[in-house]
Design a protein. Sequence first.
Length: 365
Amino acid sequence: MDGTEKEVAGGKGLNPLVRSGLREGAVIPAHPLALDSGRRLDEKRQVALTRYYCDAGAGGLAVGVHTTQFGIHDPKVGLLEPVLGLAVRTMREHESRRGVRLIRVAGICGSLDQALREARLARESGYDLGLLSLGALKDGADRDLIDHCLEVARVIPLFGFYLQSAVGGRPLSYSFWRAFLEIEQVCAIKVAPFNRYQTLDVVRALADSGRVEQVALYTGNDDSIVADLLAEYREARPEGAVTVRFAGGLLGHWAVWTKRAVELLERVKSCRAERGAGALELLNLGIGITDTNAAFFDARNGFAGCIAGIHEVLRRQGLLAGRWCLNPEEDLSSGQMEEIDRVCRTYPHLSDDDFVARNLDRWLA
């Protein structure tokens, strides 16, 4: 850690460069797990993936999250520490070479004992924020969940996480989010319930909290990326309207075709600056993005093939050697390959195959 990072470690603050990057808005891909045919960590391709995201212009990375496969959090698998370490070392190499500071996010999950261990590991490994999943507390009351979050926040600043129920999340009320936003160390929230009503619960809670300038919202709604990024949510108040925007995205969908995701966010920012110029074209583009997501994430089968679908796209580009998952039973669903074929043919302008082809040998070196 450099001096600034030492000063803010321990859950009491956030590196100022990271805080400003969060607020400005960044593309933060959810980092996949590269395995070989024996379902062991493929370190060369794991590093190549990180280099790809960095060179594509991502403003940060989320590692150890759903897209990385929650199975790496199992001590018997033994991959959490090496995977976190590989990613942060590669990010630091990029930072030193380019003179930038990436937003480093580590996934944290499980019971309180597990979550605290993982938070300490993330902090000691050089991560800025913990993306805190509450999936293990399915039966807990709001107060139990808040107490859990408070304990983890004492170790590392928090990136809140509203994970959709289809892949292990639980419904979280407006009241929960309003209380969550009282935690001083909350710096951002990933909103990913794939549900408009539940998304608005988080937006309203932030508006009511008085922390709009301190907490950044990031879309994780892969089914409505562009709509989330373009929208301006206004809450009327006697003293004047409060405006809430999504700053950027932390997305599994942005683990593929990342160069185009970076270009998309820049177009959105330009559209905002120009008071909506080009919004219709962006919304039309968003329809194609949602269609590709439906194929990659296997929406028609309840997202059963979402990890394998991401892997398949990366395999086609040469970034992964195969689409192997930790669970041998986890693969593409029936008909999913044909759907991926279809969207790749239909939306070639959304692909960054040319960018990957030009740089793949260097990333794998």
